[in-house]
Design a protein around this ligand. Structure first.
Ligand code: IPM
Ligand code: MG
Length: 362
């Protein structure tokens, strides 16, 4: 197959991990006989520096015609002034919004070989295989009004948490369809004891659940979920929740996998690419990690597993996706460790060593 992919390295270690992802894509292409054509675009702080906009029109246009997009990370201390009107993260949010990728899948699997890399007990995390479906284009991230004011009583600021029925329904249906292809269990996470938007989510969840009688379901309050995710992570299959709860819970879930550097994500909507599959946006869950940028030690696994998700969801290349996942497992089992995964005394490799080890095992 021939696919047209857009690469958006963005800022900080985004550049390093996307390079690793491209090396894996090229290796998959060579091994399985596909050609991947790349177009590179600017986003985030790098785009602000070059053009003044966090998502230049040129980038937006190339993404809207690509088969899929691989993104690194947006943001960094250079652009962190809280009073700035243009912020790197706005580029990412706008891209998610214009692509209409409302469902953000964040799978969390525990590699047996990394059981020692987490601060949790091995028996607590054994068998963890869950996926968070985070609603990605609504809620606090996009609600209006949003902003600051200065009044007689000083400064104030407002964010708005609004969801429409349609936004909630499509996210919940997405989660149930995904559960049917997995272990048939949905955990809906909200704060229905306090928030009106959460009560709407819960109400709609209860209307939809009977349409999937073969799928077990539960509602869990988000504060309790923060605890259950650590205490009984292996009991979850598909977790569905609104935008901000999903953002927070997935950083927490990363602890289960050993490091935030391990988690991939796929963002999917209704738009289809020229292969008749979703035009997805694929990115590691981690950020731009300014503290380690340029040192060649960023963990590329989150991005490489995002490449696997891209192959599967946007290109329909399931065998290729599985080959990448197995190669990651094998490299980790062989003891490859970036510093975020290494325990004291373990040999640490960099981004390149990890990527090469994965490619060798494809
Ligand atoms: C994520 C990130 C982003 C988010 C930031 C960089 C805007 O934390 O993808 O989880 O909050 O969605
Ligand atoms: Mg986040």
């Amino acid at each position: 197959m021939h696919a047209q992919l857009v690469l958006l390295p963005g800022d900080g270690i985004g550049v390093e991990v996307v390079e690793a992802g491209v090396n894996v894509l090229d290796a998959v292409g060579a091994r399985f006989g596909h050609t991947f054509e790349y177009q590179r675009g600017l986003i985030g702080g790098a785009a602000i520096d070059a053009t003044g906009a966090a998502l230049p029109d040129e980038t937006a246009e190339m993404c809207q015609t690509a088969d899929a997009i691989l993104l690194g990370a947006c943001g960094g201390p250079k652009w962190d002034n809280p009073r700035a009107t243009v912020r790197p993260e706005q580029g990412l949010l706008k891209l998610r919004y214009i692509l209409g990728v409302f469902a953000n899948l964040r799978p969390v699997r525990v590699q047996p070989s990394l059981a020692d890399s987490t601060p949790l007990k091995a028996e607590q995390i054994r068998g963890v295989d869950l996926v968070v479906v985070r609603e990605l284009t609504g809620g606090l991230y996009f609600g209006k009004p949003q902003g600051r004011e200065e009044g007689p009583n000083g400064r104030s600021a407002v964010d708005t948490l609004r969801y429409t029925e349609g936004e909630v329904k499509r996210a919940i249906h997405f989660a149930y369809r995904l559960a049917r292809a997995r272990r048939r269990q949905v955990t809906h996470v909200d704060k229905a004891n306090v928030l009106a938007s959460s009560r709407l989510w819960r109400e709609i969840h209860h209307e939809i659940a009977p349409e999937y009688p073969d799928v077990k379901h539960e509602d869990v309050l988000v504060d309790a979920m923060a605890m259950h995710l650590i205490r009984r992570p292996a009991t979850f299959d598909v977790i569905v929740t609104e935008n901000m709860f999903g953002d927070i819970l997935t950083d927490e879930a990363a602890v289960l996998a050993g490091s935030l550097g391990m988690l991939p994500s796929a963002s999917i909507g209704e738009a289809l690419n020229r292969h008749g599959l979703p035009r997805g946006l694929y990115e590691p869950v981690h950020g731009s990690a300014p503290d380690i940028v340029g040192q060649g030690i960023a963990n590329p696994v989150g991005t490489i597993l995002s490449v696997a998700l891209l192959l599967e969801h946007s290109l329909g290349l399931t065998a290729e996706a599985q080959a990448v996942e197995r190669a990651v497992d094998a490299a980790l089992a062989a003891g490859l460790r970036t510093p975020d995964l290494a325990r004291p005394g373990e040999t640490r490799g960099g981004t390149e060593a990890m990527t090469t080890a994965i490619i060798e095992r494809l």
